[in-house]
Every structure is written in structure tokens, then in C-alpha cells.
Ligand binder design. Sequence first.
Ligand SMILES: *Cc1c(COP(=O)(O)O)cnc(C)c1O
Length: 368
Amino acid sequence: MPKAQETVLEIDLKALQDNFQHLKSKLEPHTKFLAVVKAFAYGSDASEVANFLQDLDVDYFAVAYINEGIALRNSGITKPILVLHPQTTNFELLIKHNLEPSLYNKKILVEFLSLISDKKSTDYPVHIKFNTGLNRLGFGQDDVKFIVDEINKNNTVNVKSIFSHLAASEDLNETSFSLNQIETFKKIATHFEHKIGYKPMLHMCNTSGVLNYPEAHFDMVRCGIGLYGFGNSEKENQFLKPIATLKTVISQIHHIEKGASVGYNRAFKSEKTVKTATLPIGHADGIGRPYGNGKGFVTIRGKQAPTIGNVCMDMIMVNITNIDCEEGDEVIVFGKAPSAETLASNVNTISYELITSISQRVKRTYLK
Ligand SMILES: *Cc1c(COP(=O)(O)O)cnc(C)c1O
């Protein structure tokens, strides 16, 4: 691995491939795989990741918003792209780029149908989202008749799938709730298929759903975090590899005398002589203020160096009193070990938040 000479997010595409293969091995051969690449592929790089996965046998992609789907089309993605959370104002662009909307309430369904019938389109692919307990997005169980009646008014759309989302798929204390969601979804699906007269694909599982609820894989699964190397449990993490390693370097070393302070607001005041390293990474790069004042740490020459003082916009300072290191040395913020999950748990958050926060300012490099 090349040594970092500036702050970089190194993306290991071989690890991505291994994670994909591991998740695939949990599926029946006929079950389709949708790769969730929203939010810059969870903070990595949507175009690079999606193009790599497109060449493996991924069947579908999903993003949250229409502009994310357009970026994928512009970078050469030709496989179907489901837009999980479209807004009506961008529907023209969605259609222009052949993106497939999730239709999750009456307003968006009616507006989409009216726009698409003006276009004299037939069989435009759409996906209908049902709420089975997360209470975030989705039609209710009782809306099936309304949806099918609206769709049957003309032949402009083809319901490619109906889907729902588990609220607590990683939490085995909530198994009965999850099983109840799965049963509700099955009922909705049966009713929907009967009404519309054909069988759309069914899907419900995110990564933890894939791992914990094999009975709910249906026709397709939607994996995000697992592809990026996290399984939401110690057991599952053993089989997955974090694809992103955040590295930086030591810009400057200071010897701080007893009584001196470090950083803004003098948040750290030294009680004895300490040695600090200043690193070119701060809250504008995605290392938020909660990681300051010893809550976060980095790894230098295999040893942990906790933060000192407040996180600045472009820098952090870390305590290297007991580490034999020099200006220019490489620093690991997170990667395979310690993982983003370990670092995130220090400030009571989750891997998802830390990895998706790494800003676009940080250069991406690739291990192929
Ligand atoms: C983000 C998202 C996923 C992916 O979930 P992971 O836990 O990252 O696998 C799946 N489905 C929906 C609807 C999502 O919003």
C-alpha cells in the first residue's frame, strides 16, 4: 500500500468484490442483488464503486435522490437505477435519464402518472414503496386499491417491484417486530398481485436483513453497508472488510510546555510536557467536533494517539508523547483496523455516519 503524503481516502476494490461475493453467498441463486450507492457510495465514490460493481453481476442500483442517479448515468452506469426518495420537482430529469422512481404516497403517484401519460410512454418502470412499520416513507396496506386503480387508468407504467424496509433488521431483540413486518408485506404483495394481475418483484432486506432474515430475501435484496465492509455485528464483521481507509500525515510536531494550551478556545491546557502532532484533517473533512478532546484517536506507527483540544476546520492535534514519529509520517484515521465503527462508537455514533461524512475535499485513491 502506498504511504500517504496528504489526506486520502483509499478505496480497496478487491475488498469491495470480496464483500459482494460474501453477501451473494447468502442468497439463493435466483435472488437479485441491488447495490445501494447513495451518498457517494457511503462516502467512498459512487461512480468508481458502481462501475466496478456493474462489471460484477449486480442487477440493480439504488440512490436516494435524482441528482445522484444522473451522476451515475453520466459516469457510464447503464443498469437500472432505483431512486428511493425522489421529489416531484425533478421528475422531468428522472425520466430523461431513465431513472426508476420509488412512488411512496398518493401525491407523488398521481403527479408521476400525469406527467408520464403526457409523454405517451408505455411501461415506464416504477417501484411502489409500502410502509410496514418503519413509519418513514411508504403507502399503507389499505392503499392498494387506490394505487392499482390509478395505474390501470392508462398503460403508462409497469410496476417493476413493490418493496418495504425493515425498521430493526440488525436488532435481534426486535425479531418479532421484524417478522411481523415481513408478514404484513407478504399480505400486501398478495393483494397487490391479485389486483394488478401480474407479479412485480418483491424486496425488503437491507444488509442486516440479508444476514438475519433469509426467509425475507424474496426476489431481490438491497445492500449498502455490507458492501462497504460493515455487518452491524461483531460476528458478521469478521466476514467483511472495510473498503475505505482514511489516511493523513503529520504536518508539524510541537513540544508543549506545562501550562501552555493547544488549539481554539484553549480547550487543552497542559499539566505536564506533551508532544503533539498537527494533522491536515478537520471537521470540514468529516471528522466532527465530537471527536475532539480525547474522544477520537488516530494511529501512528501502530500506536493510538488521542486528539488534543478542539477539532478545527482543517486540522486536528493529537497526543504523540509516547510515539516515536516524525513530521511527514503516515497517520491512519480508520480502515481495516481500527475500523470506522470503532472510532464512531467512541462518540456514540455508527459507522454509517462517520464514513458518509468524509467530505468531497478528501482525495480518493484506489487499490485495484
Ligand atoms: C439505505 C437503504 C438501504 C441500504 O441499507 P444498508 O443497511 O446500508 O444495507 C436499503 N434500503 C433502503 C430503502 C435504504 O434507504
